[in-house]
Design a protein around this ligand. Structure first.
Ligand SMILES: Nc1nc2c(ncn2[C@@H]2O[C@H](COP(=O)(O)OP(=O)(O)OP(=O)(O)O)[C@@H](O)[C@H]2O)c(=O)[nH]1
Ligand SMILES: [Mg+2]
Length: 609
């Protein structure tokens, strides 16, 4: 069968480690190709369009955009850089014929650079390398170029892949060039994309389109996205949906869209080589093939990342149940989570025996954290337990997920970092000097990473830059010490008072302010020492107290420590959980009653003995 070249299309994915500037680059491409009217104010990072993405400055979902440059249609796929969404990148690479690998000119290749590059090389894509952020002081573009070459080499790149073109520049300042010379546009890079990325290779024959991504619309339902790799797909066409288990279902293409600018354009047909979105497929899985109804031939299935972490989601059973939320019952919770699995591909949900809780399996703290955050914004109330890594039995041995952890830190903190990571069962693999920084690489059980970030930042006065990514399952590494400090637990259900918090200030660091409603069993502070303490933080000021008269207690208090949801997820221990409502995030003991809790812990310790 002969291959036909579609000359006027380029399909590229922008890949990189988190924060190396992918979305900024895609925005500049949109601007350079005049997707917007000159006077249109588009604001920052238009591609990060979801609320949470904008707030956090990270990309969570990969997205398609499309521009026309010198008569060539360039389909651009922006991908997320965070390791928790790595599976997403792997899938969307199936739509690309080339990749732009962005690397920060200061940081150089990082764990996720390695992961995404490896996937691209395995798919036989030839990368274009862009060394970004060369506006940064102390950046080292030449050294970084060498490091990238070495990385390609270590990942068994072919001769052809090793011969990658390199561009330098600053997405932020809007320029890229094939040398270090600063210019005022990104055209050299766009020329490079047209020149070095091959036009899509399409085989002759009837329709084949693999579904590699999806979109969701409350009007249209699930929308299937992929590349037409053979034939033509048309509106109203009868097609066959071919699934991994061998089932073939006939269905009709209701609507068809191609990408245009940051949006989609309705069309009546799409020819092989282009990317498109299909309405009418509804019940499909990623990796399924849409094929000619009379000559159905499937493409090889794609494996989706297995979850590595789970968390128990339950109804909110705190005394403050139902005060803030709209959706509070186990039915609400269950329906919402099941709906999520339709679009959140790396997520699994199973019912638990008691009916009030569900086990939710995901790719990491951020993946699960974003789901919980989205739910609370929609009006849900729930309780979530301590995140647990998922163990597996391999060759009769209990195994757990391990990750590669990279830490860059000023020299003077290196030994502290090594000490900290080693205590959590990490093993150092690489130690290198990078300018004034020490570059450390470890292999560490995922368990050891939970809660590490806060301790790392404290130990290095905030100087450490760390990144990690799942590597493989290996034998269980034994006990890993949990949180060092205990907590202060509220004795009563009432409003806290400045008077009692002030008295307790030297006992711990508070998570609540004065005059905040708390309940018995709620965690209201971190104990400065190990071990938990039950405290009364709701005592009213004694009227006879002269010392305090005339002064406002609250003003002398240190402000409460605010913890994000993900920080709470990393903080809690096995006997603790988090109450999440649209307005509040509270940490609490699973068993709120003091006596019950004591009984339980006694029976636990006698079981252990
Ligand atoms: N100094 C400098 N900063 C840049 C440059 N390009 C992007 N940034 C900044 O780097 C941060 C991350 O940029 P993004 O474009 O969101 O990075 P990303 O790779 O899309 O990040 P994820 O999608 O979360 O993986 C933002 O604060 C940008 O303003 C650059 O050329 N120079
Ligand atoms: Mg991004």
């Amino acid at each position: 069968m002969s291959n036909v070249l579609i000359m006027n299309i380029r399909n590229i994915a922008i890949i990189a480690h988190v924060d190396h500037g992918k979305t900024t680059l895609v925005d500049k491409i949109l601007h350079a190709t005049k997707v917007f009217r000159d006077n249109q104010d588009t604001g920052e990072l238009i591609m990060d369009s979801n609320d949470l993405e904008r707030e956090r400055g990270i990309t969570i979902f990969s997205k398609n955009a499309s521009v026309v440059y010198n008569g060539v249609k360039i389909n651009v796929i922006d991908t997320p850089g965070h390791a928790d969404f790595g599976g997403e990148v792997e899938r969307v690479l199936k739509m690309a014929d080339g990749v732009v690998l962005l690397v920060d000119a200061f940081e150089g290749p990082m764990p996720q650079t390695r992961f995404v590059l490896q996937k691209a090389l395995q798919l036989k894509l030839k990368p274009i390398v862009v060394i970004n952020k060369i506006d940064k002081p102390n950046c080292r573009p030449d050294e970084v170029h060498d490091a990238i070459f070495e990385l390609f080499f270590n990942l068994d790149a072919t001769e052809e892949q090793l011969d990658f073109p390199t561009y330098y520049g600053s997405g932020k300042n809007g320029w890229f060039n094939d040398s270090l010379t600063e210019i005022d546009n990104i055209f050299p890079l766009l020329d490079g994309i047209v020149k070095y990325v091959p036009a899509p290779k399409v085989a002759e024959g009837p329709l084949q389109m693999q579904l590699t991504s999806l979109d969701y619309s409350s009007f249209l339902g699930r929308i299937a996205i992929g590349k037409v790799s053979r034939g033509v797909i048309k509106e109203n066409q009868q097609v066959a949906l071919m699934q991994a288990d061998g089932t073939i279902r006939k269905l009709k293409v209701k609507e068809l869209y191609v990408f245009e600018g940051m949006g989609k354009k309705k069309v009546i047909e799409v020819i092989a080589g282009d990317l498109c979105a299909v309405v009418g497929v509804d019940d499909f899985n990623i990796g399924d093939t849409l094929a000619d109804a009379d000559n159905p031939e499937a493409l090889p299935v794609i494996s989706v990342d297995e979850p590595t972490m789970n968390m128990l989601f339950s109804v909110n059973n705190s005394p403050f149940f139902g005060k803030d939320g709209k959706f509070v019952t186990s039915r609400h919770l269950r329906d919402r989570l099941m709906k999520e699995t339709e679009k959140n591909l790396a997520l699994r949900v199973t019912d638990s025996e008691d009916g009030d809780s569900l086990m939710v399996y995901g790719r990491g703290i951020l993946h699960l954290g974003i789901l919980i955050e989205t739910m609370r914004r929609e009006g849900y109330e729930l309780t979530v337990g301590q995140p647990q890594v998922i163990t597996k039995e391999i060759n009769g041995k209990k195994c757990e997920p391990y990750e590669i952890l990279v830490v860059d830190v000023p020299q003077e903190f290196a030994s502290k970092v090594i000490d900290l990571v080693t205590r959590r069962k990490g093993e150092m693999m690489i130690m290198e000097t990078k300018g004034e920084m020490q570059h450390l690489e470890f292999e560490i059980p995922s368990r050891g990473l939970i809660g590490l970030r806060t301790q790392m930042l404290t130990a290095t006065t905030g100087e450490a830059v760390m990144a990690h990514r799942f590597n493989e399952y290996k034998p269980w590494k034994g006990n890993i010490p949990g949180r060092n400090n205990g907590v202060l637990i509220s004795k009563n259900t009432a409003k806290t008072t400045g008077y009692s918090i002030d008295k307790l200030q030297d006992r711990g660091t508070f998570f609540v302010d004065a005059a905040e409603e708390v309940y018995a069993g709620q965690i209201i502070a971190e104990n400065i020492k190990p071990g938990d303490l039950i405290v009364n933080a709701t005592e009213p000021k004694k009227l006879t107290n002269h010392r305090a008269s005339g002064t406002d207690d609250a003003t002398r208090m240190a402000p409460k420590t605010l913890m994000s949801l993900e920080e709470c997820m990393e903080y809690i221990q096995f006997d603790e959980c988090i109450e999440v409502t649209p307005i509040n995030i509270r940490m609490r003991k699973v068993i709120l009653d003091e006596d019950e809790r004591k009984k339980q812990s006694k029976s636990m310790s006698s079981q252990m003995a």
